[in-house]
Design a protein. Structure first.
Lengths: 149, 152
């Protein structure tokens, strides 16, 4: 399973990570998305858009008092795109996202997939999340070719 | 087979939500009236209420996955949302009453906190349920974007 995210997600994660109140966020994300899960493992939660081809999901992490993680599952490509997150309680707590915000998230993910402008989420050796620029496979091959010459 | 399962899930959710909506009237009225004797009862009631709301929350989350609803099933979904509204209004009032009660008694706020978490989750799920089956499907822009996303 490939775990990607939008730039907006990465920025919001960065802000929350700096807040001591949300010190558990990173490890919870790692546990639920970056611990060898398959698409079947993450294709659950609340279905927000009714699609079984590109489900837009909300996951409560770890529970109703915790965080809300919003993501798209592109089943045919074995990809997930984390698009937004927020805590439910605390200084940055939000009750919910509304219809217009859901629409905007969908537009964002379409734009980022079309432009290939998203980030790859990976784990560092120190068990932290890092974000890398996505490099299309053909570009990787070109770069490797140049390096070998 | 799929239609039967969807219909059963929707009806099952309606029954559960209706049961909780009716149960709340009998469960909470007595516990606040008799101050000292009812403290334990209030604590137990909060816990039971939180469990009831959690049970509905789980069912509401699962019902978001039903597909291809008939008009009749959509009408049932509408009834579910109306019942959720009723529960939310009533339990919000209950929360305020109990909060006031707690400030004058020795009830630990823990049970109240758990109840509030379940109630807030229900409010959130009610909004998402309405968006899922009514607001977003009725929004042409959203549905066109979704078609585009599914074809990428």
């Amino acid at each position: 399973m490939n775990v990607y995210c939008t730039n907006k997600f990465a920025v919001e994660f960065g802000k929350l990570k700096k807040n001591k109140k949300y010190a558990d966020l990173e490890q919870l994300l790692i546990k639920d998305f970056l611990s060898g899960q398959t698409i079947a493992d993450v294709n659950n939660g609340d279905l927000l858009n009714g699609s079984t081809i590109a489900p837009f999901l909300k996951k409560r992490v770890p529970d109703a008092a915790g965080y809300r993680i919003y993501y798209y599952v592109i089943i045919k490509d074995d990809d997930i795109y984390l698009t937004w997150l927020h805590p439910k309680i605390g200084p940055a707590g939000i009750d919910n996202i509304g219809k217009e915000f859901k629409k905007q998230i969908q537009k964002d993910v379409i734009a980022c997939i079309k432009a290939k402008d998203f980030l790859v989420m990976k784990l560092t050796p120190d068990n932290e999340i890092k974000f890398e620029e996505y490099v299309p496979k053909q570009n990787v091959a070109v770069q490797q070719n140049k390096a070998s010459k | 087979m799929e239609c039967t399962t969807s219909k059963n899930r929707v009806i099952d959710t309606l029954i559960e939500v209706n049961k909780v909506s009716v149960a709340e009237k009998t469960n909470k009225q007595d516990s606040i009236n008799k101050f000292l004797d009812k403290i334990l009862e209030v604590k137990q009631d909060l816990t039971r209420r939180a469990d009831d709301l959690s049970s509905i929350n789980e069912k509401v989350g699962r019902v978001t996955w039903v597909q291809n609803l008939t008009d009749e099933e959509l009408e049932t979904m509408r009834k579910i949302i109306d019942l959720l509204d009723r529960i939310i209004v009533s339990d919000k009032k209950y929360f305020i009453k109990v909060s006031t009660f707690i400030s004058r008694s020795k009830i630990s706020p823990h049970e109240l906190s758990l109840f509030k978490i379940s109630l807030d989750d229900l409010i959130e799920r009610r909004q998402d349920l309405n968006d899922r089956f009514f607001s977003l499907p009725d929004d042409d822009e959203f549905m066109n974007d979704l078609k585009e996303l599914e074809s990428l």
